[in-house]
Design a protein around this ligand. Structure first.
Ligand code: CA
Length: 223
Protein backbone atom coordinates (compact mmCIF):
# COMPACT_ATOMS: atom_id res chain seq x y z
CA UNK A 1 0.00 0.00 0.00
CA UNK A 2 1.20 3.45 -0.78
CA UNK A 3 0.38 7.10 -1.24
CA UNK A 4 0.07 7.47 -5.02
CA UNK A 5 -0.25 10.53 -7.22
CA UNK A 6 -2.00 9.85 -10.55
CA UNK A 7 -1.31 12.49 -13.22
CA UNK A 8 -3.58 11.97 -16.20
CA UNK A 9 -5.57 14.56 -18.14
CA UNK A 10 -8.18 12.16 -19.53
CA UNK A 11 -10.81 12.06 -16.76
CA UNK A 12 -12.12 8.59 -17.62
CA UNK A 13 -8.67 7.00 -17.50
CA UNK A 14 -7.72 8.93 -14.36
CA UNK A 15 -10.89 7.79 -12.61
CA UNK A 16 -10.46 4.15 -13.65
CA UNK A 17 -6.83 4.06 -12.57
CA UNK A 18 -7.59 5.77 -9.26
CA UNK A 19 -10.52 3.44 -8.51
CA UNK A 20 -8.47 0.35 -9.18
CA UNK A 21 -5.52 1.53 -7.09
CA UNK A 22 -7.85 2.51 -4.24
CA UNK A 23 -9.49 -0.90 -4.35
CA UNK A 24 -6.02 -2.34 -3.70
CA UNK A 25 -5.74 -0.21 -0.57
CA UNK A 26 -3.62 2.63 -1.93
CA UNK A 27 -4.29 6.24 -1.03
CA UNK A 28 -4.72 8.03 -4.37
CA UNK A 29 -4.63 11.69 -5.38
CA UNK A 30 -5.48 12.63 -8.96
CA UNK A 31 -4.42 15.69 -10.88
CA UNK A 32 -4.86 16.53 -14.54
CA UNK A 33 -2.10 18.98 -15.37
CA UNK A 34 1.69 18.84 -15.50
CA UNK A 35 2.50 22.01 -13.57
CA UNK A 36 -0.06 21.10 -10.92
CA UNK A 37 1.56 17.65 -10.69
CA UNK A 38 4.92 19.16 -9.73
CA UNK A 39 3.20 21.23 -7.01
CA UNK A 40 1.17 18.30 -5.69
CA UNK A 41 4.25 16.13 -5.61
CA UNK A 42 6.02 18.69 -3.47
CA UNK A 43 3.09 18.87 -1.01
CA UNK A 44 2.17 15.20 -0.86
CA UNK A 45 5.56 13.51 -1.14
CA UNK A 46 3.88 10.46 -2.69
CA UNK A 47 5.42 6.98 -2.60
CA UNK A 48 4.90 6.62 -6.35
CA UNK A 49 3.68 8.70 -9.29
CA UNK A 50 1.66 7.32 -12.21
CA UNK A 51 2.44 9.85 -14.91
CA UNK A 52 0.86 10.30 -18.33
CA UNK A 53 3.27 11.51 -21.03
CA UNK A 54 0.99 13.97 -22.85
CA UNK A 55 -0.35 16.55 -20.42
CA UNK A 56 -1.43 20.19 -20.48
CA UNK A 57 1.10 22.87 -19.45
CA UNK A 58 4.09 20.56 -18.84
CA UNK A 59 4.54 17.19 -20.50
CA UNK A 60 5.25 14.03 -18.52
CA UNK A 61 8.91 14.09 -19.48
CA UNK A 62 9.44 17.51 -17.93
CA UNK A 63 7.30 16.63 -14.90
CA UNK A 64 9.42 13.51 -14.38
CA UNK A 65 12.63 15.56 -14.56
CA UNK A 66 11.38 18.19 -12.12
CA UNK A 67 10.00 15.83 -9.50
CA UNK A 68 13.06 13.58 -9.64
CA UNK A 69 15.33 16.60 -9.27
CA UNK A 70 13.65 17.46 -5.96
CA UNK A 71 13.24 14.05 -4.45
CA UNK A 72 13.77 10.46 -5.46
CA UNK A 73 10.32 9.08 -6.22
CA UNK A 74 9.39 6.07 -8.34
CA UNK A 75 7.49 6.87 -11.55
CA UNK A 76 5.37 4.61 -13.74
CA UNK A 77 4.93 6.40 -17.09
CA UNK A 78 1.85 6.03 -19.30
CA UNK A 79 2.16 6.54 -23.05
CA UNK A 80 -0.33 6.53 -25.90
CA UNK A 81 1.82 4.58 -28.36
CA UNK A 82 4.62 2.02 -28.39
CA UNK A 83 6.94 4.42 -30.24
CA UNK A 84 6.56 6.94 -27.41
CA UNK A 85 7.62 4.24 -24.96
CA UNK A 86 10.60 3.48 -27.19
CA UNK A 87 11.52 7.16 -27.23
CA UNK A 88 11.34 7.42 -23.44
CA UNK A 89 13.42 4.30 -22.98
CA UNK A 90 15.94 5.76 -25.42
CA UNK A 91 16.12 8.98 -23.40
CA UNK A 92 16.51 7.07 -20.14
CA UNK A 93 14.20 9.59 -18.48
CA UNK A 94 14.31 7.94 -15.10
CA UNK A 95 10.89 6.35 -14.97
CA UNK A 96 10.82 2.98 -13.24
CA UNK A 97 8.36 1.37 -15.60
CA UNK A 98 6.30 2.15 -18.67
CA UNK A 99 2.82 1.16 -19.79
CA UNK A 100 1.42 1.77 -23.26
CA UNK A 101 -2.30 2.55 -23.56
CA UNK A 102 -4.60 0.77 -23.66
CA UNK A 103 -3.49 -1.19 -20.62
CA UNK A 104 -5.57 -3.26 -18.23
CA UNK A 105 -6.05 -1.77 -14.77
CA UNK A 106 -4.89 -5.13 -13.43
CA UNK A 107 -1.58 -4.76 -15.24
CA UNK A 108 -1.11 -1.25 -13.88
CA UNK A 109 -1.82 -2.42 -10.34
CA UNK A 110 0.70 -5.24 -10.77
CA UNK A 111 3.40 -2.88 -12.04
CA UNK A 112 2.75 -0.33 -9.29
CA UNK A 113 2.88 -3.08 -6.67
CA UNK A 114 6.16 -4.40 -8.08
CA UNK A 115 7.79 -0.95 -8.02
CA UNK A 116 6.59 -0.26 -4.47
CA UNK A 117 7.94 -3.59 -3.25
CA UNK A 118 11.32 -2.84 -4.82
CA UNK A 119 11.64 0.49 -3.04
CA UNK A 120 10.34 -0.57 0.37
CA UNK A 121 12.72 1.03 2.86
CA UNK A 122 15.32 -1.03 4.60
CA UNK A 123 17.03 -0.25 7.91
CA UNK A 124 19.43 2.72 8.22
CA UNK A 125 22.76 2.22 6.56
CA UNK A 126 25.63 0.39 8.21
CA UNK A 127 29.02 2.02 8.48
CA UNK A 128 30.71 -0.31 6.02
CA UNK A 129 29.37 -0.38 2.45
CA UNK A 130 28.24 -3.71 1.01
CA UNK A 131 30.10 -3.10 -2.23
CA UNK A 132 33.01 -0.95 -3.36
CA UNK A 133 33.44 -0.32 -7.07
CA UNK A 134 36.48 1.89 -7.29
CA UNK A 135 35.38 5.19 -5.73
CA UNK A 136 31.75 4.09 -5.64
CA UNK A 137 30.35 2.75 -2.35
CA UNK A 138 27.00 0.96 -2.13
CA UNK A 139 24.88 0.26 0.96
CA UNK A 140 22.14 -2.14 0.01
CA UNK A 141 19.81 -1.89 3.01
CA UNK A 142 19.65 1.90 3.03
CA UNK A 143 19.88 2.05 -0.79
CA UNK A 144 22.61 4.63 -0.55
CA UNK A 145 25.39 5.33 -3.01
CA UNK A 146 28.39 7.55 -2.43
CA UNK A 147 31.06 8.57 -4.86
CA UNK A 148 33.99 10.05 -3.00
CA UNK A 149 32.32 12.24 -0.37
CA UNK A 150 28.98 12.93 -2.01
CA UNK A 151 25.74 10.97 -2.35
CA UNK A 152 24.49 10.08 -5.82
CA UNK A 153 20.76 9.56 -6.30
CA UNK A 154 19.74 6.66 -8.48
CA UNK A 155 16.11 5.80 -9.11
CA UNK A 156 15.01 2.68 -7.22
CA UNK A 157 15.26 0.58 -10.36
CA UNK A 158 18.69 1.95 -11.25
CA UNK A 159 19.84 1.13 -7.74
CA UNK A 160 18.53 -2.43 -7.91
CA UNK A 161 20.20 -2.97 -11.27
CA UNK A 162 23.57 -1.76 -10.00
CA UNK A 163 23.25 -3.70 -6.74
CA UNK A 164 22.42 -6.93 -8.61
CA UNK A 165 25.44 -6.52 -10.85
CA UNK A 166 27.70 -5.66 -7.91
CA UNK A 167 26.50 -8.69 -5.93
CA UNK A 168 27.10 -10.99 -8.90
CA UNK A 169 30.53 -9.57 -9.83
CA UNK A 170 32.69 -10.78 -11.41
CA UNK A 171 29.95 -12.93 -12.99
CA UNK A 172 28.31 -11.34 -16.02
CA UNK A 173 24.50 -11.28 -15.96
CA UNK A 174 22.35 -11.58 -19.06
CA UNK A 175 19.55 -9.12 -19.75
CA UNK A 176 17.08 -11.94 -19.07
CA UNK A 177 18.63 -12.65 -15.67
CA UNK A 178 18.48 -8.95 -14.82
CA UNK A 179 14.84 -8.71 -15.89
CA UNK A 180 13.96 -11.53 -13.53
CA UNK A 181 16.11 -10.26 -10.66
CA UNK A 182 15.31 -6.55 -10.84
CA UNK A 183 11.94 -6.26 -12.56
CA UNK A 184 10.46 -9.66 -11.74
CA UNK A 185 9.64 -10.31 -15.41
CA UNK A 186 9.86 -13.94 -16.39
CA UNK A 187 8.65 -13.83 -19.97
CA UNK A 188 11.93 -12.57 -21.45
CA UNK A 189 10.46 -9.27 -22.72
CA UNK A 190 11.94 -5.89 -21.94
CA UNK A 191 15.61 -6.26 -22.89
CA UNK A 192 15.64 -2.62 -24.00
CA UNK A 193 14.41 -1.60 -20.58
CA UNK A 194 17.62 -3.07 -19.16
CA UNK A 195 19.72 -1.18 -21.72
CA UNK A 196 17.93 2.05 -20.90
CA UNK A 197 18.59 1.76 -17.19
CA UNK A 198 22.23 0.83 -17.77
CA UNK A 199 22.59 4.05 -19.78
CA UNK A 200 21.00 6.02 -16.97
CA UNK A 201 23.37 4.53 -14.38
CA UNK A 202 26.36 5.29 -16.59
CA UNK A 203 25.22 8.86 -17.01
CA UNK A 204 25.17 9.29 -13.22
CA UNK A 205 28.20 7.21 -12.25
CA UNK A 206 30.39 7.25 -15.34
CA UNK A 207 30.78 4.92 -18.31
CA UNK A 208 33.28 2.65 -16.57
CA UNK A 209 31.06 1.31 -13.80
CA UNK A 210 29.00 -1.17 -15.82
CA UNK A 211 30.69 -3.07 -18.62
CA UNK A 212 28.87 -4.31 -21.69
CA UNK A 213 29.90 -7.86 -22.56
CA UNK A 214 28.82 -8.21 -26.13
CA UNK A 215 26.62 -11.19 -26.84
CA UNK A 216 26.25 -11.90 -23.12
CA UNK A 217 25.01 -9.01 -21.04
CA UNK A 218 26.41 -6.71 -18.37
CA UNK A 219 28.98 -7.03 -15.65
CA UNK A 220 31.08 -5.10 -13.16
CA UNK A 221 34.81 -5.20 -12.67
CA UNK A 222 37.56 -6.66 -14.83
CA UNK A 223 35.91 -9.33 -16.87
CA1 CA B 1 -2.81 12.64 -21.93
Amino acid sequence: MGNILVVEDEPAIAAAVAARLESEGHLVTVCHDGAEAVERCRELEPDLVVLDLLLPSLDGLEVCRRIQAERRVPVVMLTARDDETDMLIGFAVGADDYLTKPFSPRELVARVGAVLRRVADGPPHASEPDHRLGAIEIWRASRRIRVGDHDVHLTPTEFDLLAQLAAAAPTVLTREQLLVAVWGYRDGSGARTVDSHVRAVRRKLGDGVIRTVHGVGYGIGDI
